[in-house]
Design a binder for this molecule. Structure first.
Ligand SMILES: C[S@@+](CC[C@H](N)C(=O)[O-])C[C@H]1O[C@@H](n2cnc3c(N)ncnc32)[C@H](O)[C@@H]1O
Length: 260
């Protein structure tokens, strides 16, 4: 079976939006995040979408901001975003979010890193560079909202294989996924197997990835070492405080000092 290097290139780019997202999901999530930001951001201004992927969220956020600066290190994702989610007030940049430089033409009042982007930073050095660079790209008091795999929930609940079958236009997509803990590396090993069937044509591919998980204490330590303070932890997608039942962690942080 063909092996893809990651979930953000080749065949995956073409199915990503339709398999994972969709208009309702994006709009609901944008409303949810805008509510969490509340009065903390000035009216409109600049949003940084860090690890923007296909740009679907950037487009849904674009009416709520004057400018959206969207950064992703996958050239395939950025070229898809420029084609499919292009708006006059979105600036798409192909960059590593941990490059320790200014991303675009201006700093942000708010930043988001959705769908566990922080989990792709596997080493402590990579996590630090990622957060320092976001700090550098925010104005003072700028807020940063992100989701992450929450360690205690992964340890306390059995990780079951998952099977998803979805019809996307006229293509049937089957995904089987398996997750295994790598406790020595603070990571999950994720194996994905995809089968796409369209008329009498079938393609199959597999992806093997690692993603880092974090406890609240670890997130707090990284944030305070990179110029942020934690404003809240919450169950991402819900209204509850983050507990050991929730594997999908959310965090809202504020820039309190500068990293240059
Ligand atoms: C799971 S996707 C999420 C995309 C988008 N945030 C969403 O919610 O649809 C993760 C994205 O993060 C990007 N990414 C991960 N680490 C990155 C880094 N250090 N710099 C830039 N992009 C990164 C990947 O290329 C990928 O497109």
């Amino acid at each position: 079976m063909k092996v893809l290097s990651d979930s953000f290139s080749e065949d995956m780019v073409e199915i990503y939006d339709r398999f994972f997202l969709g208009e309702d999901k994006c709009q609901t999530e944008v409303d949810y995040i805008m509510q969490i930001f509340g009065q903390r951001i000035p009216d409109k201004h600049v949003l940084l979408d860090v690890g923007c992927g296909t740009g679907a969220y950037s487009e849904f956020f674009s009416p709520s901001f004057d400018i959206v600066i969207s950064v992703d290190r996958s050239a395939d994702m950025i070229s898809f975003a420029r084609e499919e989610h292009n708006k006059d007030n979105i600036e798409y940049l192909c960059k590593d979010a941990g490059c320790e430089e200014q991303y675009g033409s201006q700093k942000g009042d708010a930043a988001i890193a959705l769908a566990h982007v922080i989990g792709y930073q596997l080493t402590n050095v990579a996590v630090m560079s990622f957060l320092k660079t976001i700090n550098r790209n925010l104005y003072d008091n700028g807020v940063f909202l992100f989701s992450f795999y929450h360690q205690p929930a992964l340890f306390l609940n059995k990780l079951e294989p998952r099977h998803i079958k979805k019809k996307v236009d006229s293509t049937e997509i089957i995904r089987i996924s398996n997750a295994k803990l790598l406790p020595d590396e603070n990571c999950l090993a994720l194996d994905y197997y995809y089968v796409l069937s369209h008329d009498d044509r079938t393609r199959a591919f597999e992806i093997h990835e690692k993603m880092r998980y974090f406890s609240k204490y670890e997130v707090e330590l990284f944030l305070t070492q990179t110029g942020f303070e934690v404003l809240s932890f919450f169950e991402y997608g819900g209204k509850n405080e983050l507990t050991t039942d929730h594997w999908n962690g959310g965090c809202l942080a504020r820039k309190v000092e500068s990293y240059i």
